[in-house]
Design a protein. Structure first.
Lengths: 521, 328
């Protein structure tokens, strides 16, 4: 009876999973290898705020099509709010309005962008801008003669220096950037002290200098399309007018930026959000590469042929949620791996799912760094654990003490990394200290009770499991497959249930009982 | 599967099959506390008429320290162990009370302060299954039979019997060595000696999964040794295995100089290493018993059944009906 039930359950799961999967592929023409389209991105802005029981009017600056990227599709999710867009070209805003808002509200803006081929430089489209001032020539001279303030003297000196060291406009700008970025220079200091507010920012200072020199320029805020992430920072860079076109550039090096990789949102230091009737405002951006166009075609076809399937697709979720599920869906795969390693291979390891947790941590640190960090922290922790055992501490305080020491070890590694210019970045903070602590404690009890050999074997087994897990959860193909075809996870569930009734030998038992096997011939 | 792989042909019981086909099938989860708590086990064993080490007292709270000291002074020699401990962790074996502390069997003295700390550790559940707080059992220290003088180094040897449906199926003698630090634990370097279930004579010794002829510390032979009171051991195991209600259980027995075979503890998840010590797979021994409709109530009959099973003889004659006919 139990056996029949099991077969029924497993058969049902496989049939449903495989059925949906095949239906998508055969009937809806979903691509089997969903390549990502490198030229297409989705940007999502998430604005959250708290209402104050009075009318809300919120103006959000929107990204605009630039010469490098074109917005092809955009939409808003803001239930209960009236939405209008104003302006065009470079200056666009969405205005969200509501009679009264109490409590928290979240607004979404989503846009798809296509990166354009930039084989030719965009020509002058539109009027030629004017530099805000032209100190390069006689005005500056006259001003200095009339009113020799420290600011003007410093400005004059910097510009003269840059001019002397350069041969043409391009080299003038790069010389100017070099001078401007050196904040230890006295002249730069007097610029920051005496000039308009905000000159302590590299971008603003460079723009001020360029305008002073007669090259029209402006500060731009926007986002860079680099890697997919749930939270991209709003960055500032500069643009200057040269040869009849705006050239985006890094504010410190003045290196031109790849136009297809940036999405400008506001110019000249204009606010990203303004308006009234709200407080505790938070704005975040998420970016994601779009799935292949074949998939989106299949999706829209699916929406007609099988509305239910399209409705449950994860591709309808907001991007930041999608990115969460991309990781979340890898966990069943890693769990399957654990079951295989434990029940079929018989690899020794600490805890049941610890290798998966370590593998998830490795995802942030990269494998090699992760392995080194793990070995170092667990090793150091073990030594301390032996010391704490000598002090004869009770169990829970001892665990807490190890936890605190592990925190300090992390700090030491971060400082060490900083000093020697290792780019550990955030990765270290994501290394799960509680898991490390438990590993240290378990390993030391096993060490005491069963000896060093057992403890090292288990530690090695855990690391091997984590390494295999790492390759699975960082595999793009697997990630893409389970994300587009989550029904495949039903098959994973079926396999796990089947393995729950596996009563065959583990691979390691062939070694353990090799003497006995020999008697059978 | 069984016939295809080399392990299958040898009849080896793998970990997965042990868990699924025997432990999950025959051991009700609700009965686990009976064997996991050594105090309950002791009560059940007494009920079944099995010899156990005398219980001197139970310590439940740290506040009972004075009581502990009183017992120590009165008894001098005793064993203190966590009631829910596993794998022999946290056990204190005390040979006597000395000035300033307790004397271990090795002669080393544990200062009172350290004894108190260790007692607190045991009570906080450091060595206990599940890690919850525990109580500490103080009981009689068993003295191994003098025949083991040259076979057990610095500890107490014991006999592990696997009992299936109340029928002993396989046994081994576990001998402590210097390497295992006086513990009769196989994976810590103790010797496991397979026992011919029918005769009670050891057949081979295994240390670290390798065949050994002699005890490394005494150079005495570990094979051909006749375990004293073998039939008594088998009867004790058969009686207890059925009484406790667990279908698949490991019974650990110490042969005491005075009391004879005495129950040490029960194990609801006995290990599978016993197969290496006997160089024999468990499956061919378990399957005939699994196939039986009923098992005789009389432990003596079950012992006879166990011996026949070991020799590979059919078991049907031992079933209740036939047994009753035969006695008429």
């Amino acid at each position: 009876m139990q056996r029949f039930q099991l077969l029924f359950l497993v058969g049902g799961l496989v049939a449903i999973g495989l059925g949906i999967f095949l239906f998508k592929i055969v009937a809806l023409d979903f691509p089997l290898t969903p390549d990502r389209d490198a030229d297409s991105w989705t940007i999502e802005a998430k604005v959250s705020f708290e209402g104050q029981d009075r009318p809300v009017s919120l103006r959000l600056a929107l990204p605009s099509s630039s010469s490098g990227a074109r917005i092809v599709d955009e939409d808003f999710i803001a239930s209960g709010f009236g939405i209008e867009t104003e302006g065009d070209g470079e200056l666009r805003h969405a205005v969200f309005q509501r009679r009264s808002q109490t409590g928290r509200a979240v607004l979404f803006y989503r846009a798809s962008l296509y990166q354009l081929d930039l084989s030719r430089r965009a020509g002058s489209n539109g009027e030629v801008p004017e530099a805000i001032s032209d100190y390069r020539r006689r005005d500056r001279r006259r001003a200095i003669q009339e009113n020799a303030t420290p600011l003007l003297l410093a400005l004059d000196s910097i510009l003269t220096d840059a001019l002397e060291r350069s041969a043409d406009e391009d080299s003038f700008i790069s010389q100017l950037a070099k001078l401007s970025s050196d904040t230890t220079d006295e002249r730069v200091e007097s610029l920051i002290d005496g000039g308009p507010p905000g000159l302590n920012q590299a971008a603003d200072r460079m723009v001020f200098l360029l305008n002073a020199a007669g090259t029209p320029s402006r500060v731009v805020s926007g986002i860079r399309l680099t890697t997919e992430t749930r939270s991209v920072p709003l960055e500032r860079w500069i643009e200057f007018w040269i040869d009849g076109a705006w050239v985006p550039a890094d504010p410190i090096t003045s290196e031109p930026l790849d136009k297809s990789r940036i999405v400008p949102i506001t110019y000249g230091g204009a606010p990203l959000v303004d308006g009234e009737g709200f407080r505790r405002l938070a704005v975040s951006f998420a970016i994601q590469r779009n799935l292949e166009t074949a998939l989106s075609r299949a999706m829209s076809r699916g929406a007609e042929a099988a509305p239910f399937l399209a409705a449950v697709s994860l591709l309808n979720l907001p991007i930041d949620m999608q990115l969460v599920f991309r990781v979340l869906f890898l966990i069943p795969i890693a769990a399957l791996l654990i079951v295989l390693l434990k029940q079929v291979v018989g690899i020794p390891a600490f805890g049941t799912f610890m290798p998966v947790l370590i593998a998830l941590a490795f995802r942030e640190t990269q494998l090699l760094t992760g392995m080194i960090l793990f070995t170092f922290i667990v090793g150091a922790g073990l030594v301390l654990r032996i010391y704490f055992a000598q002090l004869k501490l009770l169990l829970v305080p001892r665990l807490a003490a190890i936890l605190i020491v592990v925190t300090f070890l992390m700090m030491a590694i971060a400082l060490f990394g900083q000093a020697f210019n290792f780019q550990l970045g955030l990765s270290i903070s994501l290394f799960p200290i509680v898991i490390l602590t438990m590993t240290i404690e378990r390993m030391s009890t096993v060490w005491e009770e069963a000896g060093a050999k057992d403890a090292l074997q288990k530690a090695g087994g855990s690391l091997v499991g984590a390494a295999i897990g790492y390759f699975i959860i960082t595999n793009d193909f697997i990630e893409e497959m389970v994300f587009v075809y989550p029904e495949l996870l039903l098959i994973v569930l079926a396999v796990v249930i089947m393995l729950g009734r596996y009563n065959g030998y583990k691979l390691t038992e062939y070694r353990r009982f090799r003497k006995l096997a020999a008697t059978a011939g | 599967m069984r016939g295809i792989t080399s392990l299958g042909r040898a009849g080896v019981l793998g970990m997965n099959a042990r868990n699924l086909d025997f432990i999950a099938e025959y051991n009700k989860r609700a009965l686990y506390p009976l064997v996991d708590d050594k105090i309950t086990t002791k009560e059940l064993a007494i009920e079944a008429g099995v010899t156990v080490p005398e219980l001197y007292g139970v310590i439940e709270f740290t506040g009972q320290w004075e009581q502990f000291v009183d017992i120590a002074n009165k008894r001098q020699s005793f064993v203190a162990k966590p009631a829910k401990g596993s794998g022999g962790g946290g056990i204190m074996v005390i040979g006597g009370v000395a000035k300033g502390g307790l004397r271990k069997m090795s002669g080393a003295i544990i200062p009172w302060q350290d004894v108190r700390f260790q007692l607190n550790n045991l009570l906080s559940g450091m060595y206990s299954m599940g890690g919850s707080s525990d109580s500490v059992l103080i009981e009689e220290r068993l003295k191994p039979h003098s025949i083991f003088k040259d076979l057990a180094f610095g500890g107490v040897p014991d006999v592990r019997v696997i009992v299936f449906r109340g029928v002993p199926v396989m046994a081994m003698l576990r001998l402590p060595t210097a390497e295992s630090d006086g513990k009769a634990n196989l994976h810590m370097g103790g010797i496991g000696a397979g026992i011919d279930l029918a005769t009670g004579v050891t057949t081979r010794g295994v240390q670290h999964n390798e065949l050994v002829e002699h005890h490394p510390d005494f150079e005495t032979e570990v094979t051909g040794f006749e375990v004293p009171g073998w039939d008594e051991i088998l009867e004790l195991s058969a009686r207890l295995g059925a009484h406790i209600g667990l279908g698949y259980v490991g019974v650990d027995i110490v042969i005491d100089e005075v009391k004879g075979p005495t129950l040490l503890e029960l194990n609801a998840r006995p290990g599978i290493a016993i197969q290496t010590a006997n160089l024999r797979g468990l499956v061919p021994l378990l399957e005939p018993i699994h196939a039986l409709d009923s098992i005789p109530d009389d432990p003596i009959a079950r012992v006879a059944m166990a011996k026949a099973n070991w020799r590979g003889q059919p078991l049907e004659p031992f079933q209740i009906g036939t047994l009753a006919d035969a006695s008429d």
